[in-house]
Write a protein that binds this ligand. Structure first.
Ligand SMILES: Cc1cc2nc3c(=O)[nH]c(=O)nc-3n(C[C@H](O)[C@H](O)[C@H](O)COP(=O)(O)OP(=O)(O)OC[C@H]3O[C@@H](n4cnc5c(N)ncnc54)[C@H](O)[C@@H]3O)c2cc1C
Length: 463
């Protein structure tokens, strides 16, 4: 049998996972990445020796094989970090995960009693899963935790993240993110900390590469390269040419040479945003697919990174800003993730995070104005960093969050059915299949796609 050739578009965790598995299995692999570094959203940016994530990235996984792979690749450079994160809301800091004493103190006895009674009403009326109105995020969370807790701990941040009202967000988002959370277990943990039940998503310790998730991605690339995979950075997918249900070739813009090349394709794996992929199909799909694809939208992510002349700003790795008085949604403090992220320990590096839509004035604001704006919002919530500013820069990442607005899944299915009809094409990853996932799942998705490709070839299902 001829050596199988796999062409991968995008070198985020999904593309890297596929490249690693395919090259390990002996396939010829070419990876084309638009950016000048691998990692995608998991890149770590080196700014004059100070390291910044695209939003802090915890490494957590339920998949043993992925845990073992990443631990093996990182060795002693995979740190274990004790989590400290809080929620800022109405001039107060709530521990997150919530702790009983801190929550009672911050809410006050009267508000705490109101929250508890609204929780009791919610759980005695009906369980969240069978609640007849659970068609959107607001109903789902209110049915599970009560209206008052929903308003205090979920509404503000969720609306900042998605930019739409919580009753326009599909309940899928709530199911995916908070299905495993339970107030009963949280209370049990607070009162009897040795209880054996653990809460999904509330891990106290997480893993983190010493020099950020980009270090892990870089090592995945080096390992795949040692197995023969070839990485072509600064190459942007421009067209996917197909004939009779098979992809036959792609056109790529080589940004270094400013030239477009045609590359023939045996098997194509794409991790680029699904609607962008659909747009470059040549010939174009039928109108129904194009229309569905256009309705799939994303929330963009923007982070204002600053270096400040302050040894200690706050002790957390990150703070969620639920408070509606500012647009700032989260603040990262990278030296609390790993001291190696900061070369001078007398300074701190902060990531001031925003979620944006295409039309948001912030998304198109100039960098200098943005840095000033973000620092003034920091001032409003009690952090006077402006006068300690050394330097700053802005990172914008479009298509960061697939939008789970109500009805999104019908459109996604139409588009996925179409791309899956090509016998030698596989779409993978978070934006690639329009499904919110973390880096471990993206990595796994790439590896699983490779296994499927090899199996289909072995069984003669693909020409
Ligand atoms: C703010 C934020 C915080 C996060 N925190 C965590 C966390 O704490 N823990 C965790 O596990 N996960 C976290 N995630 C999720 C994690 O980043 C993603 O799950 C993961 O990066 C998805 O990998 P991917 O390969 O599917 O996509 P991506 O990382 O988006 O990679 C896609 C790649 O395709 C490339 N590309 C796009 N278009 C083209 C084109 N036309 N031609 C060629 N290449 C192209 C891009 O440059 C990119 O490199 C976070 C995400 C965000 C937005």
């Amino acid at each position: 049998m001829n050596k199988q050739h796999i062409t991968i578009i995008g070198a985020g965790p999904a593309g890297l996972g596929c490249a690693l598995a395919a090259s390990e299995g002996g396939a010829a692999v070419d990876v084309y990445e638009h950016h000048d570094a691998v990692g995608g959203l998991c890149r770590t940016i080196d700014h004059h020796g100070y390291l910044f994530d695209i939003g802090g990235h915890r490494f957590l996984t339920k998949h043993r094989a992925i845990d073992e792979l990443c631990s093996r690749i990182m060795g002693k450079d995979m740190l274990e970090v004790r989590r400290l994160s809080r929620i800022y809301y109405r001039n107060r800091y709530f521990n997150y995960p919530l702790t009983l004493g801190n929550t009672l103190k911050n809410l006050g006895i009267i508000e705490a009693a109101r929250c508890f009674s609204s929780y009791l009403i919610a759980i005695t009326s009906r369980g969240a899963d069978e609640h007849p109105q659970c068609k959107n995020f607001e109903n789902y969370v209110s049915a599970k935790f009560g209206k008052r807790l929903y308003e205090t701990f979920f509404k503000g941040y969720t609306e900042k993240l998605w930019g739409i009202a919580c009753d326009e967000i599909s309940e899928d988002w709530a199911r995916q993110r908070i299905e495993g959370l339970s107030l009963r277990v949280a209370l049990q943990q607070a009162l009897w900390p040795n209880t054996s039940e653990t809460q999904k998503n509330l891990y106290e310790i997480f893993k983190y590469p010493r020099r950020g998730p980009g270090q892990l991605c870089e090592r995945l690339r080096v390992t795949a390269e040692a197995q023969g995979a070839r990485f072509h950075l600064r190459h942007e997918l421009k067209s996917v040419h197909h004939d009779h249900g098979r992809v036959i070739g792609i056109s790529l813009l080589d940004r270094s040479a400013c030239a477009v090349h045609y590359v023939p394709v045996d098997t194509l794996v794409s991790s680029i945003p699904l609607p962008l992929f659909t747009e470059v199909l040549d010939p174009h799909p039928e109108d129904k697919v194009i229309e569905a694809s256009k309705r799939l939208s994303f929330r963009h992510y923007m982070v204002v990174n600053v270096i400040v002349n302050m040894r200690d700003v706050f002790p957390d790795q990150w703070i969620y800003v639920h408070d509606p008085s500012v647009k700032l949604a989260r603040i990262q403090n990278y030296k609390n993730w790993s001291s190696s992220m900061v070369i001078d320990q007398n300074k701190s590096t902060l990531g001031l995070e925003y979620f944006c839509g295409d039309d948001d004035a912030l998304w198109s604001m100039g960098d200098i104005d943005l840095i000033e704006h973000a620092l003034s919002e920091m001032g409003k919530i009690g952090f006077d960093c402006q006068r300690h500013l050394v330097t700053g820069f802005v990172v914008r990442y479009p298509h960061a969050y697939p939008m789970y607005h109500i009805g999104y899944n019908a459109d996604r299915d139409i588009v996925l059915d179409h791309v899956r009809s090509f016998e030698n094409l596989h779409c993978i990853g978070r934006a690639g299949i329009f499904m919110y996932c973390n880096m471990d799942e993206a990595l796994l998705d790439g590896i699983t796609a490779c296994e499927k490709i090899v199996r289909e070839r072995r069984e003669g299902m693909v020409r």
